[in-house]
Design a protein around this ligand. Structure first.
Ligand code: NI
Length: 255
């Protein structure tokens, strides 16, 4: 049983065959998916997906590359949506200093406001951090301490920082990158982190695992990620699936 904690099936890259892909997941052992929100446009897409597929859940939140789409009114709309039964988290939110679509200060402001929304609504957070690990960590520590934790999606920081996040109760999202030949630091992070703090994710349509790197990703490719984690942890693929499933249920407060 595989739980994909981070997918983007509302993405245009699935417009041609969305239904086929989603219906085919079960035969690959994927039994639950959380579709993560990125832009304002995806807010509607997520609603449609969670209504159409019993095994698809959602998160609501605006990615740092799209925070210029946010305003007070939309924050309140997101608050309403976050109270819907199948919306399990606020995300993805965070900092992206790679693309730097908005200035750092603007990104930080909306990141903090969305963290507060999660805190007020008692929901976990899905964190995006690219080329911004220290600032992300500092804000998380300062603004989110004591709140319902969450997941550092597509974790790309150091082993030391991973330990700090684990101490604070966060999960690390592990996807296709762990299978890459140049994914050495992430492999070390996976070796070092207790399996009880790892969850599986695709970030599809992006970040396909080897041997499909560069192609469109789907949750059906997660068995390749499971296999790599099992090798790194020296355990069976069944154990990786079972424990990461339980972790994802805890992360998203599901019974
Ligand atoms: Ni994502």
């Amino acid at each position: 049983m595989i739980f994909d904690t981070h997918a983007h099936y509302d993405d245009r890259k699935f417009d041609e065959d969305r239904e086929e892909v989603l219906h085919g997941l079960l035969e690959h052992g994927v039994e639950r998916v959380v579709n993560i929100c990125a832009s304002w446009r995806s807010v509607e897409g997520i609603k449609a997906l969670t209504e159409a597929y019993p095994f698809v859940y959602g998160a609501v939140g605006i990615h740092p590359d799209h925070v210029d789409e946010l305003n007070d009114e939309r924050m309140e709309i997101m608050r309403e949506i976050s109270r819907e039964e199948k919306i399990l988290a606020i995300g993805e939110i965070g900092l992206d200093y790679h693309w730097m679509v908005s200035p750092k200060e603007v990104q930080k402001e909306w990141f903090i406001r969305q963290l507060h929304l999660a805190k007020e609504e008692n929901l976990p957070v899905v964190i995006h951090s690219r080329d911004a690990s220290q600032d992300t960590f500092d804000i998380m520590k300062e603004e989110h301490a004591g709140a319902t934790p969450g997941v550092i999606h597509c974790y790309s920081g150091s082993v030391e920082m991973a330990r700090e996040y684990v101490k604070m109760g966060y999960f690390l999202g592990i996807g296709g990158v762990v299978t890459f030949k140049n994914g050495k630091t992430l492999k070390k992070v996976v070796e070092d982190t207790p399996l009880s703090h790892l969850v599986l994710e695709t970030d599809c349509p992006y970040l396909s695992p080897e041997p499909f790197r560069g192609k469109r990703n789907t949750s059906a490719m997660l068995p390749y990620v499971v296999e790599t984690i099992a090798t790194l942890k020296g355990c069976s693929t069944e154990e990786v699936e079972r424990v990461t499933w339980e972790n994802a249920m805890r992360l998203y407060q599901q019974k």
